[in-house]
Design a protein around this ligand. Structure first.
Ligand SMILES: C[S@@+](CC[C@H](N)C(=O)[O-])C[C@H]1O[C@@H](n2cnc3c(N)ncnc32)[C@H](O)[C@@H]1O
Length: 262
């Protein structure tokens, strides 16, 4: 279970499998030599990246780590992980020293990156690699509208006055990880085309399995349907439909690859 108390839905998350896999493959393409040792897929979810990691590092133990039972069940069915561990990323500790910790679209669910990322770096073997991708979308309308609407509609539960986005700028990660080795850090904005949907806004169909979850988890069913309808309506201005009904959904992501000295 996540901190919201409700489990993830592999099915809803999997709707945009291609769009969500692309950044992981872009990250993997920047991982070069990795010394002997296990490969950890941290926050592996349903295992979307597992086959690519297994193909890239054949013969290695591939260990998946996640907190969601539903996601871990899906990952298990793939058969590419040597082991799948249920653990909270906030305090996960590797059993055997990993050669590569690869984390796609997961670490933004855990706060305190200034402690978390150095802790992960210290777990690696000499020459080991930490490769991370996270959404950096918190200032975009898709995410800002969730906060604005939730605090306007349910001020008793949502107050973002002292809120800070959980993901920093790429250069801050470059500074944070520099003491541990060579760091490459960058950001990419993917202009995603989302097809029209029968009801609601396509961007909501994208965010409802991820960014929207912690919001509706704190609402009754009636409140959630009012919130979702308001969100659908508000998304039309920043993400207007194109003539074929699809929308362009720019989505920013931050990447880093740390290579420790051998
Ligand atoms: C957006 S999915 C990404 C999954 C996978 N890496 C991929 O690329 O498809 C995020 C995953 O992070 C997991 N997660 C969120 N918070 C977590 C936590 N505190 N500890 C462990 N896993 C967590 C969720 O269960 C979910 O499977």
């Amino acid at each position: 279970l996540t901190k919201t108390g409700t489990d993830w839905s592999p099915e809803t998350y999997g709707r945009f499998r291609g769009l969500r896999l692309r950044p992981a493959l872009d990250l993997l393409a920047q991982v070069r030599d990795v010394p002997a040792g296990a490969v950890v897929d941290l926050g592996c979810g349903a295992g979307a990246v597992g086959p690519a990691l297994a193909a890239r590092f054949p013969g290695r133990d591939l260990v998946g780590v996640d907190l969601s039972p539903a996601m871990l069940d899906e990952a298990r069915a793939l058969g590419c992980y040597a082991r799948l561990d249920r653990a909270d990323l906030a305090d996960w500790q590797a059993e055997a020293t990993p050669a590569l910790i690869f984390s796609n679209a997961a670490l933004h669910w855990v706060s305190g990156h200034d402690r978390l990322l150095p802790r992960l770096a210290r777990m690696l073997v000499p020459g080991g690699v930490l490769a991370v991708q996270m959404p950096a979308q918190y200032g975009a309308p898709s995410h800002a509208l969730l906060r604005d609407l939730a605090s306007a509609l349910f001020p008793d539960r949502f107050d973002f006055t002292d809120w800070h986005p959980p993901v920093a700028a790429a250069r801050e990660y470059a500074v944070l990880l520099a003491p541990f080795g060579a760091v490459e850090a960058w950001e990419t904005e993917y202009v995603q085309t989302l097809a029209s949907v029968a009801s609601g806004h396509p961007v909501r169909h994208f965010t409802e399995s991820t960014a929207m979850r912690p919001f509706v988890a704190r609402m009754t069913a009636a409140e959630a349907s009012h919130f979702v309808a308001s969100y659908d309506a508000a998304l039309s201005a920043p993400y207007p439909p194109q003539p074929d009904g699809s929308v362009l959904f720019p989505f920013r992501r931050v990447f880093m690859v740390l290579t420790c000295p051998s």
